[in-house]
Design a protein around this ligand. Structure first.
Ligand code: ZN
Length: 149
């Protein structure tokens, strides 16, 4: 009858205040629960996962990656970009595109490299919005050299 929701439908998905989905479970719904309940046809790629990492803005262009226990897993520092300032970039974390005004290039030192090797990541400057859009830990796993589940 109805097709799958638009790709970005989950961004605004909220529990229906007139329904009573949480009442039967007695627990707060996660974004993932809501999507699966209201948009069951959503592609798995777009269903929010329980993320293993949390990225927070530490000021001065520094982003700290924390694991579930709150331990610092990596520290990203902003890199001054060269080249065309109006070129579009794509966020490795949430896939949003935009110019350098909104996205920055960051680097993380590889553990044990004593400052000689870095991995680079393009990310939104607006950390909170980016985290809200981020659907998985893939880019973090790539950055840390770990494997997803
Ligand atoms: Zn982003």
């Amino acid at each position: 009858m109805s097709g799958p929701p638009p790709d970005d439908a989950h961004h605004d998905a909220q529990p229906d205040p007139h329904g009573d989905p949480a009442g039967s479970q007695g627990a707060a719904w996660t974004d993932r629960d809501i999507v699966l309940e209201y948009f069951p046809a959503t592609h798995e790629r777009l269903v929010p996962h329980d993320l293993a990492y949390h990225l927070e803005d530490a000021g001065d262009g520094v982003i700290v990656v924390r694991d579930r226990e709150g331990e610092e897993a990596a520290r990203l520092t902003v890199v001054t970009p060269h080249g065309n300032p109006t070129g579009e970039l794509c966020c490795d974390l949430c896939q949003r595109t935009g110019t350098r005004r909104y996205l920055g290039l960051y680097r993380a030192e590889l553990p044990g490299s004593a400052g000689r090797r870095y991995r680079y990541l393009t990310a939104c400057r607006d950390r909170r919005s980016c985290e809200a859009r981020r659907l998985d830990d893939d880019a973090i796993h790539t950055l840390l050299g770990t494997t997803a589940r």
